[in-house]
Design a protein around this ligand. Structure first.
Ligand code: SF4
Length: 246
């Protein structure tokens, strides 16, 4: 893993994602190395994905300046790359950004695949408006290892989700991208488990196949209709709200 320390000029970018005003990404590159990751396409990144991370060293101080002048809004943390990937243990850029946002009393929405987020619960709890989402694409940890090799195990994510929910913090689960081979036959058990934990809602999305996503071409013309109908039916059955991010 190649780690590059970089200096940035800006911290917050406008976000078009539902419920978010801004996006904040402390790292460029992601060592979780998910095989279906879209981020290199979003970032127009040519370096081999999963093999480098740019650490935005001065991000907390730039964020402090920007939050002093920009209108307050919900900050989505980790919208493109995971803000709690392993390098965060060492650099704590995400944690320092949370400290800035807490001081300014800005709302936050975190999305991750890592239980490292538990480290920052002491800060997250103190925000007035906050939510934490976990991406969980399967309940089968063997399949998870194949598609999301360096992320937290499914068990660790579920335990973290339970801990955070039990603290009274709003949580949600992103089942996406929907990849039938990765989901296996775990969809019902996954939705049942999420519902039992007390998660607020489920968000789901299909796989957007890009031209050079080797191994996923078969999904370019996949009919998601039946799978979407099944998700809706299961969420109704297990009494949990669900939204489509298509
Ligand atoms: S955790 Fe997210 S950003 Fe990181 S490799 Fe996986 S899909 Fe990409």
């Amino acid at each position: 893993m190649r780690v590059n320390e970089v200096i940035v000029k800006s911290a917050l970018s406008k976000s078009n994602l539902p419920g978010l005003t801004y996006a904040l990404n402390p790292y460029r590159g992601c060592s979780h190395a998910c095989t279906y990751c879209y981020a290199p396409y979003v970032l127009r990144e040519k370096r081999p994905w999963g093999e480098f991370v740019d650490v935005k060293l001065n991000l907390p101080s730039v964020l402090a300046k920007e939050t002093a002048s920009k209108p307050k809004g919900v900050v989505g943390i980790g919208t493109v790359t995971d803000a709690y990937q392993p390098i965060e243990k060492e650099y704590e850029i995400t944690r320092k950004c949370l400290e800035v946002l807490l001081r300014r009393n800005w709302p936050i929405s975190i999305q991750t695949k890592s239980n490292l987020v538990l480290r920052d619960l002491d800060l997250i709890e103190r925000f007035k408006e906050r939510d934490v989402g976990f991406t969980i694409t399967t309940l089968d940890d063997g399949l998870r290892k194949k598609f999301e090799p360096h992320s937290s195990s499914i068990q660790d994510r579920l335990e973290a989700l339970r801990t955070i929910t039990n603290k009274g913090i709003k949580t949600w689960v992103f089942i996406g991208p929907l990849i039938p081979e990765l989901l296996g036959d775990t969809l019902e058990e996954l939705i049942k488990t999420i519902s039992e934990i007390g998660v607020d809602h489920v968000l789901y999305d299909r796989l957007n196949v890009r031209r050079d996503m080797r191994g996923f071409v078969e999904y370019s013309d996949f009919d998601y209709g039946p799978l979407e109908a099944k998700i809706k039916e299961l969420c109704r059955h297990y009494n949990i709200r669900c939204y489509n991010a298509f």
